[in-house]
Design a protein around this ligand. Sequence first.
Ligand code: AMP
Ligand code: ZN
Length: 429
Amino acid sequence: MFWDKKMETLNPADLQALQLKRLKKTLRSVQSVEFYRKQFDNAGVAVSDVKTLDDIQKFPFTKKQDLRDGYPFGFFAVPMRKIVRIHTTSGTTGKPTVVGYTRRDLDTWANLIARNMTMIGVGKDDVFQNMVNYGMFTGGLGFHYGAEKIGMAVIPSATGNTRRQIEMIRDFGVTTIHCTPSYAMHLSEVAEEMGETLESLKTGIFGAEPWSDNMRHTLEDRLGLTAYDSYGMSELFGPGVAFECPERDGLHIWHDSYLVEIINPKTGERLSDGERGELVVTPLIKEAMPLIRYRVGDVTMLMEDGCLCGRYKKIARITGRSDDMLIIRGINVFPSQIEHVLLRIPEVGNQFMVYIDRINHLDEMTVEVEINRSHFSGELADLARTQKKVVKELHDTLELRTTVKLVEPGSLPRFEGKAKRVIDRRGDI
Ligand code: AMP
Ligand code: ZN
């Protein structure tokens, strides 16, 4: 074992003691970062003010913009000669930010991924195809080293050439795949076209973007596997921050490694368990780039109930980033809610795009979705009925009137990595 298994289920008192010790060490280590020296000075706070875990609230947040302002290496807390790897964020929400790793960080990160994968029961007997970008994106190398650590046979297939990916799954007897849920959907379509049933597949690890429970059911059905949600972000190493256990009802976030807070994104106030808000994390185990109260931007909550498996308190699946939330005529909409509605309507396919416009000072949302040929008779009346049904179902869930356009199967874009399904054409956003 490469990590201490006890760390997954410490009792509350031991966990808090460990967190406090690690928090103090982290706060001391950021003294070498000019940003934090100034920030602590301005706020009039010092490490010596921390007596309990709650004292973290005396410290200011770190925002994504701070990391951008520190480009490229402003947040490194160790000299450059201790850095052995550099990644960047995907730049989903603007200019990418740089993250660095020491040798120990790479080890800690691989152990976290190994811990997650062991939790879902994969290991030495599994063949693992890692179908994500192996470049700057942390999902590629992150999963690669974690999976090797637990002795899986790793196929670093990266993205692209979907037919070849499917042949490898078939020929190498792949049991476990990792990719974005969008790519898994595309993979299932291509497998169907090729007449491949991918019998060897057992486990799918999907992450890097929000996906709904209906997407889970669709992927499990089409690929014949059990799908697990994997969550992380480059600023906190990459994937491995939180992961579903076999209960698949929320994600275990590793409290021995990450101090978790949920805040009201508007006021910064801390919320209680069961209240949804923005995730704020202070990593407790990072060496090269420790961060204090990092505002991750993703929306979730700490779940009140414990898990049958006995591991730490879970977070709910991420509905989206707080800045992904669309405000349409004053109503909050997450793209993952639209996906959830569309995937339960058999007459339409799994691919969609959302366009937001402002027409005569009013926000208008248009949803383009492919028809599902196997449910379409060819009659025009059938099309009109389906279109009405989609409008109604969207309205029932979102409480919002939308324009729905049904389009040909195969005509909308497919994505290899994170999908970009929303195009906001309102000038002022
Ligand atoms: P990256 O720049 O690639 O590190 O992107 C990290 C971001 O991807 C996170 O902050 C989330 O917004 C998103 N993300 C990653 N994993 C998930 C997941 N399982 N569910 C929802 N969003 C995710
Ligand atoms: Zn569990």
